[in-house]
Structure formats: C-alpha cells, structure tokens
Design a protein around this ligand. Structure first.
Ligand SMILES: Nc1nc(=O)c2c([nH]1)NC[C@@H]1CN(c3ccc(C(=O)N[C@@H](CCC(=O)O)C(=O)O)cc3)C=[N+]21
Length: 296
C-alpha cells in the first residue's frame, strides 16, 4: 500500500508556484492576487479561508479577505462581486460556500466573471471542463487528478466509482475521470443517495472516490483488493483531547481499508491540502491569462 501524500505533494506544488512568482517579480511583473469572500462566521469556513490566505503569503501572492456579516443580503453580495469583477488588481476570487439561506447560491456563482472564477464553479467553466476546453478545473477534483498523476496511478480502462454528486466534487470528478487522456480514460459510475445496490457497485471499483461526508462509511469488506481509495470526506467530530476540541474524520475506515488498498489518501493530509494548492495554481493561471490578454 502506498499513501497518496497530499500534504507533501501540496508543499511541492506550492514550492513550484513560489518559484514562478519569484520569476514574475524578477521580470518586474505584478504578482497574482487572490481574493476570498466569506459571508458569516461558520467555524470550518473560517479555517479554510484562513489557510487559503496563509498559503497565498507563503507562495508570494497578494491576497484579500472580504468578510461580510451573516445578515448580508443577496443584493449586497452581488454588489461586492461586481466590484471584484471590475477590480483590475484582482486576478481571481472565490466566494466561500455554503452561503446563508437568504442568498441564492446559483445567482452568486453566475455573477462571478468566468475569467476570475478560480473555483471553476461558473457554468461557463463547468461547461468548458465537460467539453475538454482549457478552463479552471474545480480545486478539489483538480487536486485529485494531480495526486493520481504524480503517483503514476493507472486510470486507463479502470472502473472508477464516485460516491456523491455534489456540484463541487462528485459531479465534476465523474466527468474528469471519464475524459480522454490521463488521468482519465476511466469507466465511471456516479453513485448517490438513490443508488440501488451501492455496496455491490463499490465492490467492483478499481478506484473509489468518496465525497459523501459520512465518517467511516467505506469499510474494508466493501472494497476490492488493491483498489485505489480517494477520501474526500472531511467531517469535524468533537474530541476533547485535541487542542481545537475536534478531530477531522474522512469517509473511509482508514486503518482497515488501507490494508487492502494499493493507494490511499489519508484524512487529514490527503485531498484537503491539495485543494488549496490547486486553488493557488488556478490563481497563477488566471494571472498569466490576464497578463496575456491586456499585455501587462
Ligand atoms: N468556494 C469554495 N471553494 C472551496 O474550495 C471550498 C468551499 N467554497 N467551501 C468549503 C470546501 C471545503 N474545502 C476545503 C479546503 C481545504 C481543506 C483542508 O486543507 N483540509 C485539511 C485539514 C484542515 C483543518 O484542519 O480543518 C486536511 O484535510 O488535511 C479542507 C476543505 C474547500 N471548500
């Protein structure tokens, strides 16, 4: 069994990005600038946005954190997005999800300029992804592809079973794994809450990508020998013995499943850190495109 070490690979990617930023600086160019909009003060969202800002500092990007109260109206958020769309200094931005219930998430995602949509959540970018056009690939699926590539995991002709059809992980992942090329060329089954005989389907998988959010859902008995296991689950479970008062648990019963797997991602330290690294990568891409389009 080999661990797909997202922590290590994400650090390698950040080093590569930092080197690119140094080159930009030497050429006297503007460095990439990422903004993140956080509405409300959900604990987990605060942590993620905080680590995005910290990672920007580490690679030499500029970053802006826009904090808005949980009572923010849709009109107010749309006005902020318009401002960021028009701000030439900002190369890319994200609106942290989930949003409070008074705000229509679909409207918000449609309002983001597709050229600044480093999350890859705008329908234009999602459509381009599905059509193999160059675009921003959502950071979590992008991170999983990058891990498979860097560990030389064979995906061609393999049966990939994706668990969960969320717009930000399961659905795009199912498209990406079936695309031409590598990592891709897989035969994909997308499973969800209405899937019949889900355990039987999972037992046939060469590659399992679990993006469900149910701790310890995937047990050793459910997977084939030598399967590749990608755990996208991140659930906070109260744990008084930890300094933060909680621990993070994936969808996979790691101790037992890892004995059967050929490759497996740990939680924490697997897909999560890759998500942040690929967001930075998309932001670098946004800056390069921006520069090439306005030649500055
Ligand atoms: N617009 C938007 N874009 C996102 O990309 C987005 C979002 N909204 N909303 C929430 C989800 C979740 N997400 C994570 C990012 C990093 C870790 C991560 O770094 N996890 C660490 C542990 C972090 C911790 O200690 O809490 C790990 O797995 O090792 C996890 C989850 C991005 N998301």
């Amino acid at each position: 069994m080999e661990i797909l070490d997202g922590k290590k690979v994400s650090n390698d990617i950040k080093d590569e990005i930092a080197a690119e930023v140094q080159k930009m600086k030497k050429r006297g160019e503007k460095v990439p600038h990422l903004a993140a909009v956080l509405v409300g003060n959900d604990g987990a969202s605060l942590t993620y946005v905080g680590s995005k800002v910290k990672s920007c500092e580490r690679v030499g990007f500029e970053s802006t954190l826009v904090k808005m109260p949980s009572t923010t109206s849709e009109v107010e958020l749309l006005a902020k997005i318009k401002e960021l769309n028009e701000d030439n200094d900002i190369d890319g931005f994200i609106v942290q999800l989930p949003l409070p219930p008074q705000i229509d998430t679909q409207k918000v995602l449609l309002a983001v300029d597709p050229d600044k949509d480093v999350d890859g959540f705008h329908p234009m970018n999602f459509g381009k992804m599905a059509l193999d056009m160059s675009t921003f690939i959502p950071a979590t699926p992008f991170g999983i592809l990058e891990l498979l590539e860097r560990y030389d995991v064979d995906t061609k002709g393999k049966h990939t079973v994706v668990i969960g059809r969320s717009h930000i992980v399961g659905r795009p992942m199912s498209i990406l794994m079936g695309r031409k090329g590598w990592p891709g060329n897989s035969t994909v089954t997308l499973t969800h809450s209405h899937t019949k005989n889900i355990t039987q389907i999972i037992s046939q998988a060469d590659i399992v990508i679990s993006a469900l959010g149910v701790p310890n859902f995937l047990k050793a008995e459910m997977v084939k020998d030598d399967a590749v296991i990608i755990d996208v689950g991140i659930t906070r479970v109260p744990d008084e013995s930890r300094p933060r008062g909680y621990k993070i648990v994936g969808d996979v019963d790691y101790d037992n499943v890892s004995k059967k797997a050929s490759f497996i991602t740990p939680v924490p330290g697997g897909v999560g850190p890759m998500t942040i690294a690929m967001l930075l990568k998309n932001t670098l891409l946004a800056r390069e495109r921006h520069r090439n389009s306005v030649s500055k």
